[in-house]
Design a binder for this molecule. Structure first.
Ligand SMILES: Cc1cc2nc3c(=O)[nH]c(=O)nc-3n(C[C@H](O)[C@H](O)[C@H](O)COP(=O)(O)OP(=O)(O)OC[C@H]3O[C@@H](n4cnc5c(N)ncnc54)[C@H](O)[C@@H]3O)c2cc1C
Length: 474
């Protein structure tokens, strides 16, 4: 196998390092091109591979009750280098997996540099890769160098590569109080592919609205990073608190306008403002808050947004934010194995595909490496079940459902996301405890998570045993 062409990986971050490892470990040659220290990014400080640019946490390590904890477990069972190095350099952090960042990155770098099948080249790839690189994984992350970003945009069309990420919070549908909220599209417009009841609406009276505007203006905001400070806001993605500062009535004439909607819980009362939430995934388990991109600190978002009637107990799958981020419109551009449809020798991995976070990026790197190996060996990997953490992430990124919505003329947007249970295929039945009793509140939530994670473990094991391993293919 070592006689065949090497697989090239551009970018030695979380995703690229993991992809190179997966390729090398099964006997293929991997050439990893990392531009640091020849060229720096605005966030990295060292020349180590897999440098963590901000927090040192891989978040919860609870594989029974948390989607990212489950993702850790799945990656460990697939021989992840990133998880191996994280486990070896763990620092105390309660239920979270946090690491000594220098020890972690040094371990990943040493493992790859010492691997006989890996060559690390310290160079920027500043355009499309040479034609004789027949398999390439692009894992250059949110701060992809401008020259390469420009070359990619030339292939995908500039509108399909985002450089700035304005995200609104996403709420778990089952945490919304339907005693206060209701489904209705403005003026009951069905539109192509809609039903006329596509949005979830949360009404506010004058007093609630005024208090909400005050809370938005007073709420603590995150400050811009130095290089972001000069980046102008796009008109279409003004943070909600910036709109609120423009005048107390701005929001109720903008994203919170109360027109074309009737509250079935109390049709005689006219709302002062209405917050709308739009379905965010094909399963209908997640809803995003329309127009609510924000720079409020995360704790402030939870506090302020839970004052919205119907969202008092909202569970957030993702909170809002605004930062520089280079990512593809992956559902449209990539095939099911992360290859660019327009140029299949290029496969993408990591945050540039539209996942978010260290662990998710490494997980997509892991799968990109495995897809590349399978392709090199003329095999096809069975699709990962969407009941697993890895499979649900891949489905979010390559999500044919979004492309189908676009074809049906429905508005759609693809936003980067952390792994969360809302991306998983829902359970067939709500689980009960051993006595057969239906539970409520936190007990019900814990039982549901346990059932989801047990199902994921069983399905991943089945997928792994059905996979034709490289040794069997020889
Ligand atoms: C300021 C900031 C703070 C963040 N904080 C967090 C956080 O606290 N927690 C979290 O989970 N996630 C955080 N993220 C997101 C985090 O960066 C990603 O989740 C993760 O690092 C993405 O992994 P990746 O491998 O896709 O990209 P990266 O880890 O960024 O790796 C990409 C690599 O590609 C290299 N590269 C770029 N262009 C080229 C080129 N043309 N040629 C060769 N090499 C190139 C870069 O030098 C880099 O080493 C943050 C991101 C930013 C920008």
């Amino acid at each position: 196998m070592t006689g065949s062409n090497p697989i090239h990986i551009i970018g030695g971050g979380l995703a690229g390092s993991e992809a190179a490892w997966q390729i090398a470990e099964v006997g293929h040659r991997a050439v990893l091109h990392e531009m640091r220290p020849v060229r720096r990014t605005d966030a990295h400080h060292s020349q180590d591979l897999a440098e963590l640019v901000c927090s040192n946490s891989f978040r919860s390590d609870d594989a029974n009750g948390n989607a990212v904890g489950l993702l850790h477990q799945e990656m460990r069972s697939l021989g992840s280098l990133i998880l191996r190095a994280a486990d070896a350099h763990q620092v105390p952090a309660g239920g979270a997996l946090a690491v000594d960042r220098d020890g972690f990155a040094a371990a990943v770098t040493a493992a790859l540099e010492a691997h006989p099948n890996v060559t690390v080249c310290r160079e920027e790839i500043d355009g499309l890769p040479p034609a004789d690189w027949d398999q390439v994984i692009v894992a250059t992350g949110p701060l992809t160098s401008p020259a390469l970003a420009e070359a990619i945009a030339g292939l995908t069309g500039a509108e399909s590569l985002a450089f700035f990420d304005a995200i609104a919070p996403i709420v778990h549908r089952d945490s919304i109080d339907m005693g206060k909220a209701w489904f209705q599209s403005r003026y009951d417009k069905a539109g192509p592919g809609g039903t006329g009841a596509d949005y979830l609406n949360c009404p506010m009276d004058r007093e609630q609205y005024d208090a909400f505007i005050q809370a938005l203006i007073a709420g603590e905001k995150t400050s811009f990073k130095e290089w972001e400070a000069s980046t102008p806001y796009f008109d279409g993605c003004l943070p909600i608190e910036v709109m609120a500062e423009r005048g107390p009535e701005t929001l109720r004439h903008g994203p919170m306008k109360p027109v074309g909607l009737t509250n079935p819980h109390d049709p005689t009362v006219k709302a002062c403002a209405i917050v709308q939430l739009r379905q965010d995934n094909a399963l209908g388990t997640l809803f995003n808050m329309v127009g609510f991109q924000t720079k409020l600190k995360h704790a402030e978002q939870v506090r302020v947004f839970r004052t919205i009637p119907g969202l008092e107990n909202a569970e957030f799958a993702r909170l809002g934010g605004l930062h520089r981020n280079t990512y593809l419109d992956s559902p449209r551009l990539l095939d099911a194995t992360l290859r660019l449809k327009a140029e299949p020798r290029l496969r993408f991995a990591g945050q540039i595909t539209g996942c978010e976070g260290y662990v998710e990026s490494a997980a997509i790197g892991l799968m990109a490496g495995r897809y590349a190996v399978a392709e090199r060996e003329g095999r096809t990997l069975a699709p990962l079940p969407q009941t697993t953490a890895l499979g649900s992430l891949i489905a979010h990124i390559t999500g044919g459902h979004l492309a189908a919505e676009e074809e049906a003329g429905k508005p759609r947007s693809f936003q980067p996301m952390n792994v969360n249970f809302g991306l998983f295929t829902p359970l067939d039945r709500i689980p009960r405890n051993e006595t057969g009793k239906r539970l409520r509140g936190p007990e019900k939530a814990a039982l549901k998570k346990r059932a989801l994670t047990d199902r994921a473990r069983a399905d991943l094991a089945a997928w792994m045993s059905g996979e034709v391993l490289p040794s069997a293919a020889e």
